[in-house]
Write a protein that binds this ligand. Structure first.
Ligand SMILES: Cc1cc2nc3c(=O)[nH]c(=O)nc-3n(C[C@H](O)[C@H](O)[C@H](O)COP(=O)(O)OP(=O)(O)OC[C@H]3O[C@@H](n4cnc5c(N)ncnc54)[C@H](O)[C@@H]3O)c2cc1C
Length: 425
């Protein structure tokens, strides 16, 4: 006896949800396997909000648009002044995503299994024939025509015998994101606009339609010397007062959050990337909580509006920017991007830039790019015939990966694979 599907997606995060939604919409019998008890991956569990603008046209953006519409109904979305409508509320998005993926036209075609992981993969030559889950309740094999690795770590591809690209020793820094509540955003915005006159770094936005009259803001500061960072003198003082460690200055970025007038999301602290050593990696997660507490003390003491703030969330999923990239039929490179190479079946058209977070001062890169396309072949496993990879594990070199990994592009990848598989079945 077995359970049979057209498509099995492993990982219900940013890209996996987009793929599941589109597969079901196309009436493909689909199973989505998620190890957490909620959907969204980095978007929800990792507290990665807002998403970055990336698409330059509407290619494979149906899911994104439906997500925005659904989130709007839950007051979990705003549109910022730069036109970015991907300012979401990470906790409410857990509810939004489940609503979207269980809506009337989707539900008959999509099964979702939470707190489930793949135990073993059975192969027939170069194809996956079935998988068995680690669930006592579902011990029968699951058989599918196609499998999609959306785990963000490529753990399913590795289990299935795929090669991992080994083209560089470069690493992205990880980040454990957190949220402070009970912040007086009006008061802080007044202060920050006085301190930082650089509109490209610090700005605020409020209107009746886009932000439901909520006041929103973004600001940032790094220890890199490529520009004058207005907040740096405060962070330097934090270090000399003994509140912050020197490394806490490396990257500081905060945003208000859709649907609240008192919560602030931190895209920091950065932590060292020790993914190849589980002991060091775990120690870094302990260091990260200490850094979060230091940053909390720092803003409380130095920034008006944070006086009564409290820590409300620490990400339950570590912010790993890059871990394993799978060898695919076509490995996308920086030469392709720079040449603006076009492809027969593009997955997305985007322009989010090269974005590398380095541990060393003055070594991080945030560089504009021309518009680029990614081919479907960069999502097709080189080694396993009926396996596709989506999200931050695609076949791209380190540099182009740093641009392609943003959430909207990951969603387009999920959508593109669903549409592609529909043409094969
Ligand atoms: C710190 C940080 C900041 C970022 N900032 C931004 C930003 O500001 N804007 C932006 O657009 N992008 C940003 N990104 C990039 C973006 O968030 C990610 O690249 C993208 O979300 C990755 O999507 P994914 O689907 O590959 O992985 P994820 O969203 O991580 O989804 C993977 C899912 O798979 C599940 N899973 C894993 N293993 C298994 C398994 N064995 N079985 C079952 N389920 C499994 C996980 O629980 C998770 O739900 C940031 C990333 C990081 C780390």
């Amino acid at each position: 006896m077995s359970k049979n599907y057209d498509v099995v997606i492993i990982g219900g995060g940013t890209s996996g949800c987009a793929c599941a939604y589109n597969c079901a919409k196309l009436k493909l019998k689909t199973l989505l396997i998620e190890k957490n008890n909620f959907l969204g991956g980095l978007m929800t569990g990792g507290l990665v909000v807002p998403i970055m603008k990336s698409s330059v046209d509407d290619l494979n953006c149906d899911y994104y648009k439906n997500l925005v519409d659904k989130a709007k109904k839950y007051h979990a979305q705003i549109k910022y002044k730069d036109g970015n409508d991907g300012w979401f509320n990470p906790e409410v998005m857990k509810i939004v995503l489940e609503d979207l993926l269980t809506q009337e036209d989707i539900r008959p075609y999509l099964d979702i299994l939470f707190e489930a992981e793949v135990d073993s993969v059975l192969k027939d030559g170069n194809s996956i024939s079935s998988i068995v889950l680690n669930s006592n309740l579902l011990s029968i094999p699951i058989v599918s025509k196609y499998y999609i690795d959306a785990t963000g770590s490529a753990s399913f591809s590795i289990k299935s015998g795929c090669q991992i690209l080994n083209d560089t020793k470069e690493k992205q820094q990880n980040t454990l994101r957190f949220i402070l509540g009970n912040v007086d955003i009006e008061k802080f915005s007044e202060f920050i606009l006085e301190v930082d006159k650089d509109e490209n770094v610090t700005n605020t936005y409020r209107n009746d339609i886009d932000t439901n009259s909520e006041l929103h803001f973004t600001t940032a500061c790094t220890w890199d010397t490529n520009k004058i960072w207005a907040l740096d003198k405060y962070l330097q003082k934090g270090v000399s007062d003994g509140i912050l460690a020197e490394f806490d200055r490396s990257y500081f970025q905060i945003f208000s959050i859709a649907g609240t007038t008192s919560q602030v999301a931190f895209n920091c602290p950065r932590i060292n990337n020790y993914l190849d050593n589980p002991y060091l990696y775990s120690n870094e997660l302990i260091n990260a909580k200490q850094a979060i507490y230091r940053l909390y003390q720092f803003v409380k003491m130095n920034f008006p509006g944070f006086d009564n703030s409290i820590i409300t969330n620490i990400a339950t999923q570590t912010g790993i920017r890059e871990q394993n990239r799978v060898k695919t039929k076509y490995v996308y490179t920086i030469d392709d991007l720079e040449a603006q190479k076009t492809f027969e079946t593009p997955v997305l058209r985007a322009n989010y830039g090269i974005d590398i977070h380095s541990a060393k001062k003055d070594s991080s890169i945030l560089q504009k790019t021309p518009n680029y396309e990614l081919p479907i072949e960069s999502l097709m496993s080189f080694d396993v015939k009926n396996l596709y990879v989506i999200g931050k594990i695609i076949g791209a070199d380190f540099k182009t990966h740093s641009a392609l990994r943003v959430q909207k592009s990951c969603m387009s990848m999920g959508e593109a694979v669903a549409k592609h598989i529909k043409t094969l079945i």
